[in-house]
Design a protein around this ligand. Structure first.
Ligand code: PMP
Length: 435
């Protein structure tokens, strides 16, 4: 008997007792290879001694000081470290406690930025269908996942949605990837013209789509065109890197891989690497200057922002991702993982696509490879694979997305960057058993 809210099922899952590198061990001693880092969280694996030491040291010094009164050395150090490696033009960091809070802060900062500039008609956002940006009301309102939105409609943030850049299902047979990328990017222009660009704050998108589509990068040229359209209409480009950021795709910020410069970027999961709940919203110097020169401060805040222990942990994480070479390792081991998946599953009759970047890989599961027909949702394929993999001692992240009104299934893999080649083999073997 427990009084904790159940998450997805009424059956109580096993208790996680210990973490050891790439493994989680439950209270019965069963070992699970963490093939998805939870949901792209545990980039350094479990029980990293340097991160846990930093947590202890900071907790000994001071665990909490309200940011209404104090700043802290770990928060300042972490902000400096992030900015030293951030995309061009990004100059300020606002710490929060997770991904949804980071997106929420981004949306509100966008609104306040235009208010400071006297552009009060800008209240709307444009995002993409089949997207997820978090579960708080603002972030949920931005996301384009119909089944998540509907129970809570009407939502408070007015957002309209264009097509995702999803080559596997979107590109016509006679279309080059570049032509496809421009065609879907131009949907943004059409939507801006429909709703009136003077009413829009920004366009929100994940550089590499995580949970809803399963590690889908955009095609080359897509984000360049998106940036041009945003600039032409004076709207903000808000990139949600909560899942794909922090080294996951082989660069510290995923947008580096798309050679695109955001106005605002959100990060979370890999930032705390599972050791502490922390997220951040980073913005351009220009946005910050408008706030600073206007009302003087961002009209937003939470009690736990910039928590010293969370920042101390994340500072070690980011130093390992950058100076410690872990992002390069994600790029290198990501190639090994990608090649192993293609070697094992490239001809699998029910795997239609194997994709991704770095340690962020997705497999699309289909009834028929030729026609790309999704499985009947009633078969619950992704849930069954999750259960079978768990039974076999593998944690992976299967999900179903809506494809043309039907449920499609995919498996997302986002293992820790410390994975060895032998562990890549173990992951692939266990996934094969589950499939
Ligand atoms: N944005 C993206 C892209 C995400 O994947 C998630 C979490 N899956 C969130 C936002 C929300 O993050 P959190 O669950 O930490 O609130």
């Amino acid at each position: 008997m427990t009084h904790v809210f159940p998450r997805h099922t009424k059956a109580r899952p096993p208790r996680a007792a210990r973490g050891e590198g790439a493994y989680i061990i439950d209270e019965t001693g069963k070992r699970y290879l963490d093939g998805s880092g939870g949901a792209a969280v545990s980039c350094l694996g479990h029980s990293d001694p340097d991160v846990t030491q930093a947590i202890k040291d900071q907790a000994d010094r001071i665990a909490f000081a309200h940011t209404g009164f104090f700043t802290s050395e770990p928060a300042e150090r972490l902000a400096d470290r992030l900015i030293a490696h951030a995309p061009q033009g990004i100059e300020r960091v606002y710490f929060v406690s997770g991904g949804s809070e980071a997106v929420e802060a981004a949306l509100k900062l966008g609104r306040q930025y235009f208010l400071e500039k006297g552009e009060s008609s800008r209240t709307r956002f444009i995002a993409r269908r089949q997207s997820y940006h978090g579960n708080t009301l603002g972030a949920l309102g931005t996301g384009g996942n119909a089944w998540r939105r509907e129970p809570f409609a009407p939502l408070m943030v007015e957002t309209s949605h264009i097509a995702p850049c999803y080559e596997y299902r979107g590109r016509q047979a006679d279309e080059t990837p570049e032509a496809y990328g421009l065609r879907v990017a131009d949907e943004l222009e059409a939507e801006l013209n429909r709703v009136g660009p003077e009413n829009v704050i920004g366009f929100v998108a994940e550089p590499v789509v995580g949970a809803t589509l399963g590690a889908v990068p955009s095609v080359p040229g897509y984000f360049k065109r998106i940036r041009e359209i945003c600039d032409r209409h004076g709207i903000l480009l808000i990139l949600d890197e909560v899942m794909c950021g922090m080294g996951r795709t082989g660069t510290l910020f995923a947008c580096e891989g798309d050679d695109v410069r955001p106005d605002i970027v959100t990060i979370a999961k890999g930032l705390g690497a599972g050791y502490q709940p922390i997220g951040a919203m980073l913005c351009s110097g220009e946005i910050y200057a408008a706030i600073e020169g206007g009302s003087g401060f961002f009209q937003h805040g939470h009690t736990y922002i910039g928590h010293p222990v969370a920042c101390a942990a994340a500072d070690v994480v980011v130093s390992k991702l950058t100076d410690g070479g872990m992002t390069e390792r994600a790029a290198r081991m990501g190639e090994v993982l990608g090649a192993a998946l293609i070697a094992r599953f490239g001809q699998h009759p029910h795997i239609g696509d194997i994709r991704g970047r770095g340690m962020f890989r997705g497999l699309e599961l289909v009834e028929d490879r030729e026609s790309k027909t999704p499985f009947d949702p009633a078969r619950g394929i992704n849930k069954r694979i999750k259960a079978a993999a768990f039974e076999a001692g593998l944690i992976c992240y299967p999900m179903g997305g809506t494809i043309d009104g039907r449920q499609g299934d995919h498996v997302l893999l986002a293992p820790p960057f410390i994975l060895t080649e032998d562990q890549v083999g173990e992951l692939v073997d266990k996934l094969a058993t589950a499939l």
